[in-house]
Design a protein around this ligand. Structure first.
Ligand code: ATP
Length: 245
């Protein structure tokens, strides 16, 4: 099955737009790309800064037959697809911060938000919309104050047709991983790029902060950690930060 693409100059959120199309019965592989988003979304109600001309904002509709727990892997496969694509385009190494943020040189160049809808009939997954926002270039005037220390871009200088090439590469890589999700084809690319692997981190869950060593990620994209008392654990939600020495 192929990809059917709709390109908008501007939309509120490519995820929101695509969820509307999903409700109208759009098939798996339907994708929306926008030149800018007026209401770009991040996880947990956060905002994704989505200016025109310098970014790539796209969402892909999936209708997988899998459990909600397995759907986490869609999001991490997308991170690997983006990492592959931006490395190819830029020649720079990309890292993945658990769970699914893509970084270059310590700066976040991509955010991914997967939203799932469940069927009321059987409680199974009805569809998932995987949204990917990439800072291709730094916007004129720089990133806004609140993210200027975090955000970065794939390229420093404009190059020919980059956004189209990047979009095509991400879609192609992603559908490749998606169709081989059960074989964990994305896992090696995920583990090898996992930021802070082998390092001392802080696990942040609510107001609780626990020091631990980050060992690896497993096939369910859980984090394997070792606490200071030597016990190991697998973590499936929360946030991490590096521990300053
Ligand atoms: P975090 O990056 O803190 O782990 P997250 O994975 O929940 O959070 P996203 O949902 O990907 O983040 O995006 C929202 C967050 O990303 C915002 O709170 C902001 O800190 C940051 N952000 C927003 N817009 C951009 C952007 N264009 N480039 C990089 N980072 C951004």
């Amino acid at each position: 099955s192929g990809i059917s693409l709709t390109v908008y100059k501007e939309t509120d959120s490519t995820n929101t737009r695509l969820r509307e199309l999903a409700t109208e019965g759009a098939p798996e592989g339907t994708a929306v790309i926008a030149g800018m988003q007026t209401g770009g979304k991040g996880r947990l109600g956060r905002k994704f800064f989505s200016p025109s001309d310098t970014g790539l904002y796209m969402s892909i509709l999936l209708r997988p037959e899998m459990t909600a727990a397995d759907a986490v892997r869609i999001t991490t496969a997308a991170a690997v697809a983006v990492a592959d694509a931006v490395e190819k385009i830029s020649g720079r190494k990309a890292d993945i911060k658990w769970v699914n943020d893509v970084y270059i040189d310590g700066r976040k160049i991509c955010g991914i938000l997967t939203e799932a809808a469940f069927s009321l009939e059987n409680g199974g997954l009805d569809y998932a919309v995987c949204g990917i926002g990439i800072n291709v270039y730094e916007p004129e005037g720089g990133f806004p104050e609140d993210i200027k220390d975090i955000a970065g871009a794939v390229l420093d200088t404009p190059a020919d047709d980059v956004r189209n090439r990047l979009a095509a590469l991400v879609l192609e890589n992603f559908m490749g991983y998606y169709h081989k999700l059960s074989e964990n084809s994305f896992l090696q690319g995920y583990q090898s790029r996992l930021m802070w692997r082998g390092e001392d981190i802080n696990l942040i869950r609510g107001s609780e902060i626990t020091p631990a060593k980050l060992i690896d990620a497993d096939e369910k994209c859980r984090l394997l950690v070792k606490y200071e008392d030597g016990t190991e654990d697998t973590i499936s939600s929360g946030e991490i930060s590096i521990r300053k020495r």
